[in-house]
Design a protein around this ligand. Structure first.
Ligand code: WQD
Length: 342
């Protein structure tokens, strides 16, 4: 009998790559997704890669009754991995209440009903954005969490605070929060990748869509930062490395190896790359020339962010395997496959 894992947001970018890893490691997966920022076609993509089609529950996790009944239906699950959330920084600034309602209400419903049904393990999709503009680099989990600039980032900070309070009172909940740096890349098959709705907010999909002729020109938001070439530095991590980290975190909880009821880990590579370095690597890796222009800074952007990955490597027995060129090549292969699907 396979152990069942509930994956919320499993039709999304990081969620779907994690579902592939879970199925490939003999877990049964139930995806809960409202498809507000993802596509049901992802189920076919997961099936194509793994040969298994995960169960799918199409509900809005803000709906208390529906969430309660879904957790009752799947109360034989041994863990929940929670990805489902709105995640566009700029949109969250324009629509703060939509973000607080969606990201926090769904979290509260999930936690309440999984505890009610005796599902004791919870893995949370958090973000390095909770560090704000870091006072020191590389960022360790001991770095002070600051008031994130965006409501999106603040929902991640508040969610972790909810977990901190909950594990103090609810003895039957063990949680791991994973703070992602910048996820990019796609599954090596080219059948699965990032599929942002509308105009991409993030750098990598904007680059690949510009190279594919979908976008006219990439705007590089500022080259007057105090960095090697003036453009901001980020710790880009391959989405498959990220997915594997979730599997390691799950195994830590299932083996009851956690040292405290809530553990927090940074998931990055420890290497920082500037925007121009990413562009240069893209041009070299894909042998194309990218159309871009330097424009003014994007409000809220942080100058430099990269992780100290020691804790995750040690406690999760996990280490990134993919380098920046592989991340970029896989993103481009995915973009080209998308074009061929049209
Ligand atoms: C990366 C760099 C931009 C687009 C955000 C969230 C984080 C996570 C990842 C969800 C920055 C520059 C970007 C463009 C550009 N989100 N850029 N032109 O802002 O580091 O992180 O996305 O989980 O929580 O905060 O990622 O990809 O938007 O930007 O120059 O068209 O690329 O200025 O320096 P970011 P990003």
């Amino acid at each position: 009998m396979l152990q069942k894992i509930i994956v919320t947001g499993g039709c999304g970018y990081i969620g779907s790559h994690t579902v592939v890893e879970l199925i490939s490691n003999n877990f049964e997966v139930v995806i809960i997704d409202d498809l507000s920022n993802s596509n049901k076609k992802t189920l076919e993509r997961i099936t194509k890669i793994t040969g298994v089609c995960p169960s799918f529950e199409h509900i809005d996790l803000k709906d208390i009754e529906k969430t309660k009944s879904i957790f009752k239906k799947h109360n034989d699950a041994v863990a929940v991995i929670h990805f489902a959330a709105f995640k566009a920084v700029a949109e969250s600034v324009k629509e703060p209440l939509m973000y607080y309602r969606n990201n926090l209400l769904s979290l509260i419903n999930i936690l309440e009903f999984q505890i009610e049904e005796g599902i004791t393990n919870f893995i949370f999709s958090s973000s390095a954005t909770v560090y704000g503009a870091p006072e020191k680099l590389p960022i360790t989990e001991k770095n002070e969490v600051q008031r994130p600039f965006s409501p999106y980032g603040n929902t991640k900070k508040i969610a972790e605070e909810i977990l901190e309070d909950l594990v103090k009172t609810s003895s039957n909940l063990s949680a791991i929060s994973l703070r992602y740096f910048n996820p990019i890349g796609a599954h090596e098959s080219g059948f699965l990748g990032e599929l942002p709705n509308g105009i991409p907010n993030n750098l990598m999909p904007y680059i690949t869509q510009t190279a594919a002729g979908i976008r006219e020109e990439l705007h590089v938001f500022g080259n007057d930062y105090d960095t090697k070439d003036g453009t901001p530095v980020r710790d880009y991590i391959h989405v498959v490395d990220l997915a594997e980290a979730h599997l390691k975190a799950l195994q830590r909880l299932l083996n009851k190896e956690q040292e405290k009821p809530l553990e927090i880990y940074n998931l990055g590579t420890g290497n920082g790359y500037s925007v121009l370095e990413i562009i240069k690597s893209f041009e070299k890796t894909t042998n194309t020339s990218l159309n871009y222009k330097i424009v003014k800074r994007r409000p809220g952007d942080v100058e430099k962010l990269y992780a100290d990955t020691t804790l995750a490597e040690e406690k999760l027995n996990w280490k990134c395997k993919h380098g920046i060129d592989e991340m970029i090549a896989s993103s481009w292969k995915w973009e080209e496959n998308l074009k061929n699907e049209q």
